[in-house]
Design a protein around this ligand. Sequence first.
Ligand SMILES: Cc1ncc(COP(=O)(O)O)c(C=O)c1O
Length: 388
Amino acid sequence: MAETKKDKGAIRIYSIPKNAAIIWSLLFFIVSSLCYVLTKQNTSFVPLISEFTTINYNLASNLDIFSQIAVRINLLYSHKSENRMSFKKFDFPESPIQIIEHPLLAQKQVILKVKRDDLLHPHIAGNKWRKLKYNLIAMKQQNKSAFVTFSGPFSNHLYAASMACKLFALEGHAIVRGPHLDIHNPTIRMARACGVKIHMVDRATYRLRHNDDYLMELQQRFAHCHIIPEGGSNQQALVGVQELANSLPKSDYVMCATGSGGTLAGLINASSGTTSVIGIAVLKQAEYLIDEIIRLAPKAKQKSNWQLMCDFHDGGYGKFSTALWQFCKMMKKDCKLPLEPIYTGKLFYALWQLLEQDFFAPGSHITAIHTGGLQGLDGLRYRQLITN
Ligand SMILES: Cc1ncc(COP(=O)(O)O)c(C=O)c1O
Protein backbone atom coordinates (compact mmCIF):
# COMPACT_ATOMS: atom_id res chain seq x y z
CA MET A 1 0.00 0.00 0.00
CA ALA A 2 2.68 2.34 1.12
CA GLU A 3 4.62 1.61 -2.07
CA THR A 4 1.55 2.27 -4.26
CA LYS A 5 0.95 5.57 -2.50
CA LYS A 6 4.62 6.40 -2.96
CA ASP A 7 4.38 5.34 -6.63
CA LYS A 8 1.24 7.39 -7.15
CA GLY A 9 2.94 10.29 -5.44
CA ALA A 10 6.00 9.82 -7.58
CA ILE A 11 3.87 9.75 -10.70
CA ARG A 12 2.02 12.86 -9.55
CA ILE A 13 5.18 14.74 -8.74
CA TYR A 14 6.69 13.73 -12.09
CA SER A 15 3.58 14.27 -14.22
CA ILE A 16 2.90 17.90 -13.17
CA PRO A 17 6.23 19.30 -14.35
CA LYS A 18 6.05 17.15 -17.49
CA ASN A 19 2.67 18.69 -18.47
CA ALA A 20 3.88 22.11 -17.51
CA ALA A 21 6.96 21.62 -19.66
CA ILE A 22 4.80 20.74 -22.65
CA ILE A 23 2.51 23.71 -22.07
CA TRP A 24 5.47 26.08 -21.62
CA SER A 25 7.16 24.71 -24.75
CA LEU A 26 3.96 25.20 -26.71
CA LEU A 27 3.57 28.72 -25.37
CA PHE A 28 7.20 29.48 -26.18
CA PHE A 29 6.72 28.16 -29.70
CA ILE A 30 3.56 30.25 -30.27
CA VAL A 31 5.13 33.43 -28.88
CA SER A 32 8.33 32.89 -30.89
CA SER A 33 6.36 32.31 -34.08
CA LEU A 34 4.32 35.41 -33.37
CA CYS A 35 7.48 37.44 -32.79
CA TYR A 36 9.01 36.10 -35.99
CA VAL A 37 5.95 36.93 -38.10
CA LEU A 38 5.62 40.39 -36.57
CA THR A 39 9.26 41.28 -36.96
CA LYS A 40 9.20 40.10 -40.57
CA GLN A 41 6.33 42.50 -41.14
CA ASN A 42 8.06 45.22 -39.17
CA THR A 43 5.06 46.39 -37.26
CA SER A 44 7.23 48.16 -34.76
CA PHE A 45 5.02 50.97 -33.67
CA VAL A 46 5.30 51.05 -29.93
CA PRO A 47 6.27 54.71 -29.55
CA LEU A 48 3.55 55.47 -32.05
CA ILE A 49 0.96 53.48 -30.17
CA SER A 50 1.57 55.51 -27.04
CA GLU A 51 1.32 58.64 -29.17
CA PHE A 52 -1.83 57.38 -30.80
CA THR A 53 -3.44 56.66 -27.47
CA THR A 54 -2.86 60.18 -26.21
CA ILE A 55 -3.47 61.91 -29.53
CA ASN A 56 -6.68 59.95 -29.96
CA TYR A 57 -5.96 59.06 -33.56
CA ASN A 58 -8.15 56.14 -34.49
CA LEU A 59 -5.57 53.35 -34.57
CA ALA A 60 -4.93 52.83 -30.88
CA SER A 61 -8.57 52.78 -29.98
CA ASN A 62 -9.12 50.16 -32.68
CA LEU A 63 -6.42 47.84 -31.38
CA ASP A 64 -7.68 44.89 -29.41
CA ILE A 65 -5.76 43.49 -26.48
CA PHE A 66 -4.01 40.83 -28.61
CA SER A 67 -2.73 43.43 -31.07
CA GLN A 68 -1.48 45.55 -28.19
CA ILE A 69 0.40 42.52 -26.79
CA ALA A 70 1.75 41.72 -30.27
CA VAL A 71 2.99 45.26 -30.68
CA ARG A 72 4.71 45.13 -27.34
CA ILE A 73 6.37 41.78 -28.10
CA ASN A 74 7.53 43.24 -31.38
CA LEU A 75 9.31 46.01 -29.50
CA LEU A 76 11.74 43.43 -28.14
CA TYR A 77 12.79 42.63 -31.68
CA SER A 78 12.45 45.98 -33.34
CA HIS A 79 15.88 47.24 -32.31
CA LYS A 80 17.60 44.76 -34.57
CA SER A 81 18.12 46.64 -37.80
CA GLU A 82 17.84 43.50 -39.91
CA ASN A 83 14.27 43.19 -38.75
CA ARG A 84 13.31 46.55 -40.17
CA MET A 85 11.38 46.74 -43.39
CA SER A 86 13.75 46.65 -46.32
CA PHE A 87 13.64 48.99 -49.28
CA LYS A 88 12.29 46.11 -51.36
CA LYS A 89 9.07 46.53 -49.47
CA PHE A 90 8.42 49.99 -50.93
CA ASP A 91 5.64 48.52 -53.02
CA PHE A 92 2.48 48.65 -50.99
CA PRO A 93 -0.60 46.89 -52.37
CA GLU A 94 -2.80 49.22 -54.44
CA SER A 95 -5.46 51.17 -52.56
CA PRO A 96 -9.14 50.33 -53.10
CA ILE A 97 -11.71 52.15 -55.21
CA GLN A 98 -15.00 53.11 -53.60
CA ILE A 99 -18.15 53.80 -55.59
CA ILE A 100 -20.09 56.64 -53.99
CA GLU A 101 -23.84 56.51 -53.76
CA HIS A 102 -25.71 59.74 -53.16
CA PRO A 103 -29.08 61.14 -54.37
CA LEU A 104 -27.37 64.06 -56.16
CA LEU A 105 -25.21 61.66 -58.19
CA ALA A 106 -28.28 59.61 -59.09
CA GLN A 107 -30.22 62.74 -60.05
CA LYS A 108 -27.39 63.99 -62.29
CA GLN A 109 -26.71 60.47 -63.64
CA VAL A 110 -23.04 60.69 -62.81
CA ILE A 111 -20.86 57.82 -61.61
CA LEU A 112 -18.38 58.84 -58.92
CA LYS A 113 -15.52 56.57 -57.94
CA VAL A 114 -13.02 57.47 -55.26
CA LYS A 115 -9.48 56.16 -55.33
CA ARG A 116 -8.96 55.64 -51.60
CA ASP A 117 -5.27 56.47 -51.40
CA ASP A 118 -5.90 57.38 -47.77
CA LEU A 119 -5.96 53.58 -47.33
CA LEU A 120 -2.72 52.95 -49.21
CA HIS A 121 -0.92 52.21 -45.95
CA PRO A 122 -2.05 52.60 -42.33
CA HIS A 123 0.62 55.20 -41.62
CA ILE A 124 2.09 56.57 -44.84
CA ALA A 125 -1.01 57.36 -46.77
CA GLY A 126 -2.26 59.38 -49.67
CA ASN A 127 -0.34 61.34 -52.24
CA LYS A 128 2.41 61.80 -49.65
CA TRP A 129 3.53 58.22 -50.11
CA ARG A 130 3.17 58.45 -53.89
CA LYS A 131 5.51 61.47 -53.80
CA LEU A 132 7.92 60.11 -51.19
CA LYS A 133 8.43 56.66 -52.66
CA TYR A 134 10.78 57.54 -55.52
CA ASN A 135 12.46 60.23 -53.45
CA LEU A 136 13.45 57.51 -51.01
CA ILE A 137 14.54 55.23 -53.83
CA ALA A 138 16.70 58.09 -55.22
CA MET A 139 18.14 58.53 -51.74
CA LYS A 140 18.98 54.83 -51.59
CA GLN A 141 20.63 55.01 -55.01
CA GLN A 142 22.90 57.70 -53.59
CA ASN A 143 23.78 55.28 -50.77
CA LYS A 144 22.20 57.58 -48.23
CA SER A 145 19.89 56.63 -45.41
CA ALA A 146 19.13 60.11 -44.15
CA PHE A 147 17.07 62.97 -45.51
CA VAL A 148 16.22 66.53 -44.74
CA THR A 149 12.89 68.03 -45.73
CA PHE A 150 10.74 71.11 -45.15
CA SER A 151 7.28 71.48 -43.71
CA GLY A 152 4.73 73.47 -41.81
CA PRO A 153 4.14 72.35 -38.22
CA PHE A 154 0.89 70.46 -38.93
CA SER A 155 1.83 69.15 -42.35
CA ASN A 156 0.77 65.83 -43.83
CA HIS A 157 4.17 65.65 -45.50
CA LEU A 158 5.94 65.87 -42.13
CA TYR A 159 3.71 63.11 -40.80
CA ALA A 160 4.30 60.81 -43.78
CA ALA A 161 8.05 61.47 -43.90
CA SER A 162 8.25 60.72 -40.16
CA MET A 163 6.40 57.46 -40.61
CA ALA A 164 8.80 56.53 -43.41
CA CYS A 165 11.70 57.14 -41.01
CA LYS A 166 10.17 54.79 -38.50
CA LEU A 167 9.21 52.10 -41.01
CA PHE A 168 12.47 52.05 -42.94
CA ALA A 169 14.84 52.94 -40.08
CA LEU A 170 15.95 56.20 -41.71
CA GLU A 171 17.46 59.30 -40.18
CA GLY A 172 15.13 62.23 -40.79
CA HIS A 173 15.55 65.97 -40.34
CA ALA A 174 12.70 68.41 -40.81
CA ILE A 175 13.15 72.15 -41.24
CA VAL A 176 9.88 73.33 -39.76
CA ARG A 177 8.30 76.75 -40.17
CA GLY A 178 8.29 78.40 -36.73
CA PRO A 179 8.97 80.58 -35.01
CA HIS A 180 8.44 78.37 -31.95
CA LEU A 181 8.47 74.64 -31.44
CA ASP A 182 5.23 73.43 -29.88
CA ILE A 183 5.98 69.97 -28.59
CA HIS A 184 2.29 69.34 -27.90
CA ASN A 185 1.26 69.78 -31.53
CA PRO A 186 0.11 66.25 -32.49
CA THR A 187 2.02 66.15 -35.81
CA ILE A 188 5.24 67.31 -34.15
CA ARG A 189 4.73 64.79 -31.37
CA MET A 190 4.34 62.00 -33.88
CA ALA A 191 7.40 63.16 -35.84
CA ARG A 192 9.49 63.18 -32.67
CA ALA A 193 8.13 59.78 -31.63
CA CYS A 194 9.37 58.48 -34.98
CA GLY A 195 12.82 59.88 -34.21
CA VAL A 196 12.75 62.81 -36.63
CA LYS A 197 14.92 65.74 -35.60
CA ILE A 198 12.95 68.98 -35.82
CA HIS A 199 14.85 72.16 -36.74
CA MET A 200 12.64 75.18 -36.22
CA VAL A 201 13.31 78.24 -38.36
CA ASP A 202 11.63 81.63 -38.50
CA ARG A 203 9.29 82.45 -41.35
CA ALA A 204 11.89 84.52 -43.23
CA THR A 205 14.35 81.61 -43.25
CA TYR A 206 11.59 79.19 -44.22
CA ARG A 207 10.82 81.31 -47.27
CA LEU A 208 14.33 80.46 -48.54
CA ARG A 209 13.41 76.79 -48.96
CA HIS A 210 13.58 76.99 -52.77
CA ASN A 211 16.62 79.29 -52.89
CA ASP A 212 19.66 77.64 -54.50
CA ASP A 213 22.25 79.26 -52.18
CA TYR A 214 20.27 78.30 -49.10
CA LEU A 215 19.86 74.74 -50.37
CA MET A 216 23.58 74.49 -51.10
CA GLU A 217 24.39 75.71 -47.60
CA LEU A 218 21.94 73.18 -46.20
CA GLN A 219 23.49 70.37 -48.24
CA GLN A 220 26.88 71.23 -46.71
CA ARG A 221 25.40 71.25 -43.22
CA PHE A 222 23.59 67.95 -43.81
CA ALA A 223 26.19 66.40 -46.14
CA HIS A 224 24.95 62.86 -45.50
CA CYS A 225 21.33 63.73 -46.25
CA HIS A 226 19.18 63.64 -49.36
CA ILE A 227 17.13 66.84 -49.65
CA ILE A 228 13.40 66.34 -50.25
CA PRO A 229 11.44 69.51 -51.08
CA GLU A 230 8.40 70.68 -49.15
CA GLY A 231 5.44 68.40 -49.89
CA GLY A 232 7.81 66.07 -51.75
CA SER A 233 6.86 67.64 -55.10
CA ASN A 234 9.67 67.12 -57.60
CA GLN A 235 10.49 64.92 -60.61
CA GLN A 236 10.75 61.78 -58.45
CA ALA A 237 7.30 62.51 -57.06
CA LEU A 238 5.89 62.46 -60.57
CA VAL A 239 7.07 58.87 -61.04
CA GLY A 240 5.09 57.84 -57.97
CA VAL A 241 2.00 59.74 -59.13
CA GLN A 242 2.33 57.99 -62.50
CA GLU A 243 1.84 54.70 -60.61
CA LEU A 244 -1.31 56.14 -59.08
CA ALA A 245 -2.53 57.23 -62.53
CA ASN A 246 -1.91 53.75 -63.93
CA SER A 247 -4.08 52.22 -61.23
CA LEU A 248 -7.16 54.36 -61.99
CA PRO A 249 -10.26 53.12 -63.79
CA LYS A 250 -11.08 54.58 -67.20
CA SER A 251 -12.89 57.87 -66.59
CA ASP A 252 -14.09 61.05 -68.28
CA TYR A 253 -12.75 63.13 -65.39
CA VAL A 254 -9.97 62.65 -62.86
CA MET A 255 -9.98 65.14 -60.00
CA CYS A 256 -7.65 65.94 -57.11
CA ALA A 257 -6.99 68.62 -54.51
CA THR A 258 -4.06 70.85 -55.46
CA GLY A 259 -1.56 72.44 -53.08
CA SER A 260 1.89 72.57 -54.64
CA GLY A 261 0.74 71.10 -57.98
CA GLY A 262 2.90 67.93 -57.87
CA THR A 263 0.00 65.49 -57.83
CA LEU A 264 -1.89 67.30 -60.58
CA ALA A 265 1.29 67.52 -62.70
CA GLY A 266 1.80 63.75 -62.38
CA LEU A 267 -1.81 63.01 -63.29
CA ILE A 268 -1.63 65.30 -66.34
CA ASN A 269 1.61 63.66 -67.44
CA ALA A 270 0.02 60.22 -67.31
CA SER A 271 -3.40 61.16 -68.72
CA SER A 272 -4.78 60.19 -72.09
CA GLY A 273 -6.36 62.89 -74.24
CA THR A 274 -9.85 61.52 -73.58
CA THR A 275 -9.74 62.16 -69.83
CA SER A 276 -10.11 65.66 -68.38
CA VAL A 277 -7.86 66.21 -65.38
CA ILE A 278 -9.08 68.81 -62.90
CA GLY A 279 -7.19 70.20 -59.92
CA ILE A 280 -9.09 72.03 -57.18
CA ALA A 281 -6.75 74.64 -55.72
CA VAL A 282 -6.95 74.73 -51.93
CA LEU A 283 -5.25 78.11 -51.67
CA LYS A 284 -6.16 81.64 -52.71
CA GLN A 285 -4.81 83.21 -55.90
CA ALA A 286 -3.45 79.86 -57.02
CA GLU A 287 -3.15 80.80 -60.71
CA TYR A 288 0.65 80.96 -60.30
CA LEU A 289 0.57 77.17 -59.85
CA ILE A 290 -0.14 76.72 -63.56
CA ASP A 291 3.49 77.69 -64.37
CA GLU A 292 4.72 75.44 -61.58
CA ILE A 293 2.70 72.51 -62.98
CA ILE A 294 4.16 73.12 -66.45
CA ARG A 295 7.67 73.33 -64.95
CA LEU A 296 7.14 69.95 -63.28
CA ALA A 297 5.37 68.35 -66.26
CA PRO A 298 6.45 70.14 -69.47
CA LYS A 299 3.97 67.96 -71.43
CA ALA A 300 1.20 69.94 -69.71
CA LYS A 301 2.03 72.89 -71.95
CA GLN A 302 0.91 71.02 -75.07
CA LYS A 303 -2.03 69.29 -73.43
CA SER A 304 -5.43 70.93 -73.30
CA ASN A 305 -7.19 68.22 -71.29
CA TRP A 306 -6.56 69.75 -67.87
CA GLN A 307 -7.46 72.72 -65.76
CA LEU A 308 -6.82 74.18 -62.34
CA MET A 309 -9.97 75.53 -60.71
CA CYS A 310 -9.08 78.41 -58.42
CA ASP A 311 -12.48 79.42 -56.99
CA PHE A 312 -13.04 76.67 -54.45
CA HIS A 313 -10.43 77.56 -51.82
CA ASP A 314 -13.18 78.49 -49.30
CA GLY A 315 -11.21 81.36 -47.75
CA GLY A 316 -7.62 80.31 -48.50
CA TYR A 317 -5.08 77.75 -47.39
CA GLY A 318 -5.92 76.21 -44.02
CA LYS A 319 -9.23 78.08 -43.90
CA PHE A 320 -12.71 76.63 -44.30
CA SER A 321 -16.31 77.60 -43.71
CA THR A 322 -18.75 75.93 -41.34
CA ALA A 323 -20.69 74.78 -44.42
CA LEU A 324 -17.62 72.97 -45.74
CA TRP A 325 -17.01 71.22 -42.43
CA GLN A 326 -20.70 70.23 -42.27
CA PHE A 327 -20.31 68.81 -45.78
CA CYS A 328 -17.28 66.74 -44.64
CA LYS A 329 -19.34 65.32 -41.78
CA MET A 330 -22.23 64.53 -44.12
CA MET A 331 -19.89 62.67 -46.50
CA LYS A 332 -18.54 60.58 -43.65
CA LYS A 333 -21.99 59.76 -42.32
CA ASP A 334 -23.94 59.26 -45.56
CA CYS A 335 -21.26 58.08 -48.00
CA LYS A 336 -18.75 56.44 -45.62
CA LEU A 337 -16.07 58.76 -46.96
CA PRO A 338 -13.91 60.40 -44.25
CA LEU A 339 -12.67 63.83 -45.30
CA GLU A 340 -10.75 66.71 -43.73
CA PRO A 341 -11.55 70.31 -44.65
CA ILE A 342 -8.08 71.46 -45.83
CA TYR A 343 -7.60 69.30 -48.93
CA THR A 344 -10.02 66.47 -49.66
CA GLY A 345 -13.01 68.29 -48.16
CA LYS A 346 -12.42 71.16 -50.60
CA LEU A 347 -12.13 68.73 -53.50
CA PHE A 348 -15.45 66.99 -52.82
CA TYR A 349 -17.23 70.21 -51.83
CA ALA A 350 -16.17 71.66 -55.20
CA LEU A 351 -17.25 68.47 -56.95
CA TRP A 352 -20.70 68.74 -55.36
CA GLN A 353 -21.03 72.38 -56.46
CA LEU A 354 -19.99 71.42 -60.00
CA LEU A 355 -22.61 68.67 -59.98
CA GLU A 356 -25.26 71.20 -58.93
CA GLN A 357 -24.15 73.47 -61.80
CA ASP A 358 -24.46 70.58 -64.32
CA PHE A 359 -20.77 70.88 -65.15
CA PHE A 360 -20.64 67.12 -65.82
CA ALA A 361 -22.76 65.72 -68.65
CA PRO A 362 -25.19 62.92 -67.68
CA GLY A 363 -23.46 59.56 -67.99
CA SER A 364 -20.04 60.98 -67.00
CA HIS A 365 -17.62 58.82 -65.06
CA ILE A 366 -15.55 60.71 -62.50
CA THR A 367 -12.63 59.38 -60.47
CA ALA A 368 -11.71 61.58 -57.52
CA ILE A 369 -8.46 60.94 -55.67
CA HIS A 370 -8.63 60.75 -51.89
CA THR A 371 -5.14 62.07 -51.22
CA GLY A 372 -5.17 61.27 -47.49
CA GLY A 373 -4.38 63.96 -44.93
CA LEU A 374 -6.77 62.65 -42.26
CA GLN A 375 -4.05 63.02 -39.63
CA GLY A 376 -4.65 66.77 -40.04
CA LEU A 377 -7.94 66.40 -38.17
CA ASP A 378 -5.97 65.94 -34.95
CA GLY A 379 -4.20 69.25 -35.54
CA LEU A 380 -7.50 71.00 -36.22
CA ARG A 381 -8.95 69.59 -33.00
CA TYR A 382 -5.82 70.59 -31.12
CA ARG A 383 -6.23 74.19 -32.33
CA GLN A 384 -9.95 73.94 -31.55
CA LEU A 385 -10.83 74.72 -35.17
CA ILE A 386 -13.18 71.75 -35.12
CA THR A 387 -14.79 70.12 -32.14
CA ASN A 388 -15.43 66.53 -33.12
C1 LIG B 1 -3.98 65.47 -48.23
C2 LIG B 1 -3.39 66.26 -49.34
N1 LIG B 1 -4.06 66.32 -50.49
C3 LIG B 1 -3.61 67.03 -51.54
C4 LIG B 1 -2.42 67.72 -51.46
C5 LIG B 1 -1.97 68.52 -52.63
O1 LIG B 1 -0.97 67.85 -53.33
P1 LIG B 1 0.07 68.64 -54.18
O2 LIG B 1 0.91 69.43 -53.22
O3 LIG B 1 0.85 67.60 -54.89
O4 LIG B 1 -0.69 69.55 -55.08
C6 LIG B 1 -1.65 67.64 -50.28
C7 LIG B 1 -0.35 68.26 -50.13
O5 LIG B 1 -0.07 69.36 -50.17
C8 LIG B 1 -2.17 66.92 -49.19
O6 LIG B 1 -1.51 66.83 -48.03
